[in-house]
Ligand binder design. Sequence first.
Ligand code: PLP
Length: 447
Amino acid sequence: MYTQIISKRAPFYADVPEEKWNDWRWQLSHRLNSVDEFEKIFSLTKSEQKALQTSGMFRVEITPYFISLIDPDDPNDPVRLQVIPRSEEMQSFTAMMEDSLAEDRHSPVPGLVHRYPDRVLMLVTTQCASYCRYCTRSRIVGDPSQTFSRQDFEAQIEYLKKTPQVRDVLLSGGDPLVLAPKILKEILTRLREIPHIEIIRIGTRVPVFMPMRITQDLCDMLQEFHPLWINIHVNHPSEITQELAEACDRMTRVGIPLGNQSVLLAGVNDCVQIQRELVQKLTRIRVRPYYLYQCDLVEGSGHFRTPVAKGIEIMEGLRGHTSGYAVPQYIVDAPGGGGKIPVNPNYQISASDHKVILRNYEGYVTMYEEPTEYKPHDPSSCSYCQDKRPEPGQAGITGLLEGKGMFIKPEGFDEIHDRHGLQHRLKDKKKWIPLGIGAGKEDNSEK
Ligand SMILES: *Cc1c(COP(=O)(O)O)cnc(C)c1O
């Protein structure tokens, strides 16, 4: 068992009886959100005070457990930066967007984001145990008036029932594990009644903000809904405490595979050594690093953004240097709704007919000789190829590889390159089609 860090309580909580401290309802109802409350734990900087006194800011709440992880003497403590707002949060930046992933456009019904062929993101609540300052869904999260209604839920279930290509439902929000146990159980029960839903996933930061919520009772309930996968969200090694380790242990013991999603954050974890320590500590508590996200172009997160090169440098410092199990995939979630795009250092240096030149993490350069006689896979004699469920819509790059098409063109491509027709369109302005470049807005309509 992992026993390196026994987490402390902030001195302010020294007299709270053990059974209260370990009760997640007590933690939730004693969250801190105001200057006066924070000042009891540590003194705030001018920038923090200013942000906390500004109205209309993204919601602030921090559990007593999580705030206790902050070093009171360090204004740049990595946990502190994630949850205490600073005045920089009010600064806008170019390319900033409210809904940078265009989730609302991909929602057939409120709260259900169907972006990929076989899986959906289901937003089940807008509430969290504490609020991350760089929240990608700050347009709805934290606002109780935006919470999804019973009708929304029924509409989500209806959509899933009539959409058989969905085999994977990812519950998120907000945080599904702050829901009342009865409601969470009902959601899971209703999903399990749909035969084509093969796996259910939960994305949650509750184990990190409030590990006492991961009770044995909760785990016993969750294990009725296997196959169930959970991704937690840890950004810095100092969040990995004995309590988190024990919460993860309870979940893995009921058979839930655990992954971790981190966000690359300036001043918090934009460092190869911190990231290596983080992923190694995660594997020790049997949590597999899944994704490391580039910070989204969301309002309020400008001061957390790093160049993409920082992510590539981190991946360079992980792959080969530590266990493969500890290496996450670095992802840029495409602005405008393009979905998750993996970004990696280049390991392939060159190639010829039958030779590929590769380099390893140490800079060792090697030649892999490819077979000169390769009998290609024959789809007509492969039962998997025959039974393959067709993907609706455009099959993208895979489609090109399968010979289903010869090219993929940006919108307006033919018109732009049609020099002859251009003359006619210039005469008839109504037919002019601008090239499909936009700042998050759909603006390819004929003007
Ligand atoms: C992240 C995400 C998923 C899940 O993506 P995976 O790569 O399968 O983990 C599904 N739908 C949406 C809209 C997402 O943003």
